[in-house]
Design a protein around this ligand. Structure first.
Ligand code: NAD
Length: 260
């Protein structure tokens, strides 16, 4: 187990990709703080981790609220004995053309993805620096950190911004052994994606099957969705990588949809 005696905090870990990352980190020996706004679902993730024999706590955290973020990181350090791995994963999507997009929706999406990554990274870096044993800051980007699709302006802009944030954290964190990297998944069948399929079909005037085959998976090498397990394995790899050799990078996990 490559993460035994490590402590991880995963945001958006009540469901979707974050839940699978939390479970995978726990399988590798980490104690895990499950941070989310969805308290009941977060409690279920905690119960799953505990049933598998690992330690976990639920942390009520809206990643756009600085006080809740700082309190959640402090509670993690206090109850689980430190913080070695942050996975800033919480996220939402909103489908609309730029000309139809309400400013409030732009702000909401950017705040969750970009402000949330900043606030959680800041709190995690402070805790990691104070305990003096380095750490890994992992930001959940997307293929949309690398390229654009119509109807997703705030999401694409925020996901691009995460690459810059990770590079700055890599430079500022190096002296303390804090590494920062971005995971960039292709489409994964989670509630976030399932909600988009009918929305995109409506907006683009095509069938749901066409959204999957000709919008979401068109440019993959094999027409396959990326899986929860694919992304969780990547998070485990980045969480366990022991040196500053791998920092400031982004790893695209997308069935070749985007190739560096
Ligand atoms: P999801 O909707 O299944 O889960 C998102 C989780 O985030 C939920 O548990 C939700 O309660 C939580 N959340 C939402 N707003 C929050 C907030 N303000 N504070 C704390 N928690 C909050 O979504 P997912 O598909 O698992 O996406 C997770 C991350 O992966 C997102 O950053 C998303 O952009 C990214 N991503 C997803 C895909 C995909 O295809 N599903 C692809 C690339 C990147």
């Amino acid at each position: 187990m490559i993460l035994s005696s490590k402590v991880a905090l995963v945001t958006g870990a009540a469901g979707g990709i974050g839940r699978d990352i939390a479970l995978a980190l726990a399988r590798e020996g980490a104690a895990v703080a499950v941070a989310d706004i969805a308290d009941d679902a977060a409690a279920r993730t905690v119960a799953e981790i505990e049933a598998a024999g690992a330690r976990a706590i639920a942390v009520h955290m809206d990643v756009t609220d600085p006080a809740l973020v700082d309190a959640g990181v402090a509670a993690t350090v206090e109850k689980l004995g430190g913080l070695d791995v942050l996975v800033s994963n919480a996220g939402v999507q909103h489908i609309a053309a730029v000309t139809e997009l309400a400013y409030e929706d732009w702000q909401r999406i950017v705040r969750i993805h970009l402000d949330g990554a900043f606030l959680t990274s800041r709190a995690a870096m402070r805790a990691m620096r104070a305990q003096g044993r380095g750490g890994a800051v992992i930001l959940m980007g997307s293929v949309h950190s690398k390229l654009a699709s119509p109807l997703k302006a705030p999401y694409v802009a925020a996901k691009h911004g995460l690459l810059g944030l990770a590079r700055v954290i890599a430079k500022e964190g190096a002296a303390d052994g804090i590494r920062s990297n971005v995971i960039c998944p292709g489409f994964v069948r989670t509630p976030l994606v399932d909600r988009q399929i009918p929305e995109q079909a409506r907006e683009l005037g095509i069938s749901e099957e066409d959204v999957i085959a000709n919008v979401m998976l068109k440019d993959t090498v094999d027409g396959e969705f990326t899986t929860l397990d694919d992304v969780a394995r990547t998070a485990v790899f980045l969480a366990g990588f022991p040196t500053n050799a791998l920092t400031g990078q982004s790893l695209v996990v997308s069935h070749g949809w985007y190739m560096e």
